[in-house]
Design a protein around this ligand. Structure first.
Ligand code: PLP
Length: 215
């Protein structure tokens, strides 16, 4: 959340030495990092070392829901044992179509990934030149450490009164901060039972489970 890049090669190495499985949450990397925006696992070329890769469709892709990507055994396992997958209404086809459209745009315009990083750099450099602390940010996520919660909320209010949209305000006792990100917001909800094939994407069946897709 601070815009730094996790030391995934070291983490994978550590897990390897302790016979642990690696699962990566790509929510903030999908569409923004790695070749074609395929995320941090692809960024480090660690596709063969990471068993579970999950992400959301609700941030860069501007849609709703999430997905888990992994080998056939993992997918089979999740389809059969994930309670929230089995007992939740599948994603509506309209939402899935929006996600697919976003993936298509990303595939056709891979320069967008470069562009979002350039935008992050521009914002970060500008803020730093003005004296702001952007913590360890090195990506499109650029936090600004303000100092305390009251000041942070005041900062956000003034920012919005200038006609700019602040997408995310976060505060904690240690370092209240603001985050201006490339994200679209959206949080999952739970519905009734159902697991439905939604369609095909690149020859793979998409299953909607609650707010998730398994590809
Ligand atoms: C790291 C991370 N993973 C997963 C999620 C969940 O995304 P969704 O809004 O699709 O539930 C979020 C949402 O903010 C997130 O920050």
């Amino acid at each position: 959340m601070d815009g730094d890049i996790a030391p995934l090669p070291e983490l994978v190495d550590l897990c390897g030495r302790h016979n642990a499985t690696v699962m990566v949450d790509e929510a903030h990397a999908t569409g923004c990092l790695g070749p074609g925006g395929r995320g941090i696992v692809a960024y480090f070329g660690l596709e063969k070392s990471v068993l579970v890769s999950m992400s959301t469709l609700s941030k860069t892709l501007g849609s709703f829901g999430a997905f888990v990507a992994g080998d056939a055994l993992l997918r089979e396992y999740l389809v059969n044992v994930s309670r929230s997958f089995i007992f939740t209404t599948a994603l509506p086809p309209t939402v899935t179509a929006a996600s697919l459209a976003a993936l298509n745009i990303l595939e056709q315009q891979p320069n967008l990934v470069h562009q979002v990083q350039e935008n992050g750099k521009y914002l970060r450099n500008g803020l730093q030149a003005m004296g702001f602390d952007t913590l360890a940010s090195e990506t499109h996520i650029v936090p600004v450490r303000v100092g305390n919660t009251v000041k942070t909320l005041e900062f956000a209010r003034r920012y919005e009164s200038k006609g700019s949209m602040l997408l995310h305000t976060s505060s904690d006792s240690a370092a209240a901060k603001l985050q201006d990100t490339s994200q679209c917001n959206g949080h999952s909800f739970q519905g009734g039972p159902g697991l439905r094939p939604l369609g095909l994407w690149k020859g793979r069946t998409l299953f909607g489970i609650g707010s998730m897709m398994i590809i």
